[in-house]
Design a protein around this ligand. Structure first.
Ligand code: HEM
Length: 221
């Protein structure tokens, strides 16, 4: 197994792990996004959707374990790459030179990633814990989300983080394709366009949820 740890610890190995876990997490986010869009179609549909997952709980737990591993590898490798980069470019000159070869989105990946990690811890500690251990036999999942976003600071925090998520995805998507060496004069601009479109749809769609519930709560609903 020495060869495996050697490959995973090489610079390209770490980048491949980032790309594979990142693309898998985008797949999870797509499903999560679609599920959350049910919030716009009223209480019954969303409560039925979340409640129906009770019937396949063991499967959900397997998926969640895979998700923890994916996030874990992605974060651990991201921190290692960031740290090695810092060690390799300690002086100001190197940072300025790096600026010429990179974009704002690529340079901010460790910071946007860090903000998403802080968000994720809070997100799971509130919504996931409540959905899984705090419903006391009721299935009023929709009300939990609606009540949470009546709070202005929470709604603002979610909106800001969803914009940050958009920044992270915008670079992450195209960077994964670059890591695999899929560079093509004709197709690379298309990959970049798809990455940006994905990032904008996720950021705007997710951010619309807290905005919708907060505005609705002002009208007394
Ligand atoms: C406004 C945006 C979002 C809303 C309303 C939302 C809502 C929820 C809800 C209600 C749950 C509990 C689901 C359950 O346990 O059945 C959940 C879980 C989760 N969310 Fe989010 N989410 C949002 C954005 C995000 C983002 C941006 C990420 C990732 C960066 C994320 C990652 C997760 C994860 C990993 C779980 C636990 C896995 C799962 O149970 O599906 N969420 N979310």
């Amino acid at each position: 197994m020495g060869w495996l740890s050697k490959s995973l610890n090489s610079s390209i190995g770490k980048k491949i792990v980032m790309a594979l876990t990142g693309l898998s997490l985008i797949l999870f986010l797509t499903v999560h996004f679609i599920n959350n869009m049910f919030l716009f179609f009223g209480k019954d549909g969303f409560d039925l959707l979340v409640g129906s997952l009770d019937a396949v709980k063991p499967l959900v737990r397997v998926a969640e374990t895979a998700l923890v591993l994916l996030f874990g590898f992605h974060i651990f490798n991201g921190i290692r790459l960031w740290w090695e980069n810092r060690k390799a470019n300690p002086d100001k000159y190197a940072i300025n030179a790096a600026k010429e070869n990179s974009t704002f989105f690529s340079r901010t990946m460790p910071y946007t990633g860090g903000i998403i990690l802080i968000f994720l811890i809070g997100h799971l500690a509130t919504l996931w814990v409540k959905f899984n251990f705090g419903m006391e036999g009721t299935h009023h999942y929709y009300d939990v989300v609606a009540t949470m976003f009546q709070d202005l600071p929470t709604a603002i925090f979610y909106v800001i983080v969803m914009l940050v998520l958009g920044f992270h995805l915008n670079h992450g998507f195209q960077s994964a394709f670059q890591t695999f060496g899929w560079h093509h004069k004709k197709y690379t601009p298309l990959v970049e366009f798809i990455g940006t479109a994905y990032a904008v749809i996720f950021a705007v769609g997710f951010a619309a949820i807290p905005i919708y519930f907060f505005i609705r709560s002002m009208g007394g609903n």
